[in-house]
Design a binder for this molecule. Sequence first.
Ligand SMILES: [Zn+2]
Ligand SMILES: [Zn+2]
Ligand SMILES: [Zn+2]
Ligand SMILES: [Zn+2]
Ligand SMILES: [Zn+2]
Ligand SMILES: [Zn+2]
Length: 321
Amino acid sequence: MSFVLLCKTSHDLSVLPSPVSLCPTHSSLVLATTIVSSIYDGPWQRAVTCGDAVWLTRGSFSRNCTYTVRNYLTGALLYYFHICQKGSDNLCQDDIYEGTSKAAEGFGANEVFKLMVKDQMNVECHIQDGDSTSENVVLKHFPLCRVLRCGNHVAKNHAIKLDKLRKLKEMTTNDGVRVECYCKGKKHAKHCGCLTEKFIRKAKASFQMCLTNAGTDPNAFSEKLMNLALHHFQDEHQWDGGQCDFHPLVVCSCGSCTDKYNLKCHGKPYKSDQVLKCPFHTLAYKLECQEKAGLADVLIHPEIGPKIGTLHVFTTTFLPT
Ligand SMILES: [Zn+2]
Ligand SMILES: [Zn+2]
Ligand SMILES: [Zn+2]
Ligand SMILES: [Zn+2]
Ligand SMILES: [Zn+2]
Ligand SMILES: [Zn+2]
């Protein structure tokens, strides 16, 4: 696959730098810094990349971190940078990383992007999670780069936010109105209409569906997401000016129809199996959707669409330490 999606003006492949270059100064700081891809199959001047850091262990005490940059469309590994933290012994004579585990991502990103500038690569568009330190690093080296957010990371964050809201039972809105949960002061009953774990799983999948179905139109994403909050999860699938476009409005009632868009029976109206009824949890979900709808422009690129998954498909192999 080539980078035709962004190649409206430049198809010039003659700008490709030498296929492999090694950072000359890296050896005292890291185990390895390498350009892995020998041929970058796209215009080097209009690169679309994605990058992320991985740690050897979870939590914030990992002594090993690797920052990788990949070709967004093919997933090919372009650059990686290993960071090893110094232990308490003096066995290793090298001058190794002395920063914290937390700061390793920005450190690794800086080394990689420095090398990319040196290789005369121009990153037009870079996809990453919401990490502001690495975003600043990208912009430091490529001031004109458009930094976009990975849809999977944002979907995951959406679910985490909803899980926090699930546990709350009241809020005061910006206009000073106090909104309380149906189940304030008592346990949730079955089908009480509050946020449930099952609802959140549905909401996360629906969020990803909105991204995919929006194509290259950020406004379509925002609208689809808000329609979930305002209509679909209120069990309203057809409303003044619109209808849900991801499920039929009438579903099979005989139990034996195989094509859900071409029923042989009379059918019955579609019903959401997860419906929000609680005033507090309905509002909480709506506000969270509003916040995510506001990210449309960093989630969807008008030429390459939503950016889902590439960061997550590949795992990074660590060098033995
Ligand atoms: Zn280096
Ligand atoms: Zn992600
Ligand atoms: Zn509630
Ligand atoms: Zn409840
Ligand atoms: Zn619906
Ligand atoms: Zn049927």
